[in-house]
Design a protein around this ligand. Structure first.
Ligand code: SAM
Length: 214
């Protein structure tokens, strides 16, 4: 799996239609049919969900923002709109078609698109020239991941965050809380109805005391 940003496909980016709303939905649905367990959803997240998730972020003090499972970039574009000019967005996706799509669609020097598993987040952060992340946002469907993967991702994410940093998760169920509670001191969740289907917003903070013990 590549941890080096892929080359931009300028021809595809110029083709006009790929970035449209319908092409994103078509691409997303096609990938769901190919890999239902990995994608976990038939359609991308709603604008309301995106807004609520990103409202939790202290953008001014963000230097490294990590996104797991960007898919067609439903969160990636709004993150870049809010991200400071000198900050970096590192996206990690297991699906190579999504990685190629994102690379072709978004041309922003602050974006680094990586093909791989979120379980390797610490390696990808290091390769991107950073030490720790301020925020990690995840759209990964934890309840359909292979045995052990969800737990590994939560443990690695806790280690990858700076003290006080947050793991922000949108999810259709509370399943992931069983992996979060043992490694994060503080986990909260709420429901966003304006999404198909309604979605849980889960927030886990890396506490200073736990960070020192790690
Ligand atoms: C529900 S989709 C989220 C898509 C998009 N962020 C949205 O909100 O519409 C889940 C994404 O997680 C990715 N994924 C699944 N397992 C992963 C893993 N272990 N590491 C990184 N990405 C993963 C899938 O390829 C897919 O892009």
């Amino acid at each position: 799996m590549a941890s080096i940003p892929l080359k931009k496909n300028k021809d595809k980016a110029r083709a006009g239609s790929p970035g449209s709303f319908f092409s994103q939905w078509r691409m997303f649905f096609r990938q769901f049919v190919k890999h239902p367990g990995m994608i976990g959803s038939v359609i991308p997240s709603s604008a309301t969900l995106v807004e609520r998730m990103l409202d939790q972020v202290d953008w001014r003090n963000t230097r490294l923002f990590v996104e797991y499972g960007p898919g067609v970039g439903t969160f990636t574009r709004p993150i870049l709109e809010r991200l400071p000019a000198d900050a970096m967005l590192l996206t990690i996706d297991l699906n190579l078609d999504f990685v190629a799509y994102l690379e072709a669609e978004i041309d922003d020097p602050r974006l680094r698109v990586v093909h791989g598993s979120a379980a390797d987040v610490r390696r990808f952060i290091k390769e991107a020239g950073h030490y720790q992340a301020d925020y990690v946002l995840s759209g990964i469907p934890f309840s359909t991941l292979p045995e052990g993967v969800g737990q590994a991702i939560c443990v690695e994410t806790q280690a990858a965050l700076r003290p006080g940093g947050a793991f922000l998760i949108y999810q259709y169920s509370r399943f992931v809380r069983r992996f979060l509670t043992p490694v994060f001191g503080c986990v909260t969740d709420s429901l966003e109805w304006r999404n198909i289907p309604p979605c849980r917003i889960i927030r886990a903070i890396k506490q200073e005391t736990l960070a020192q013990a790690a």
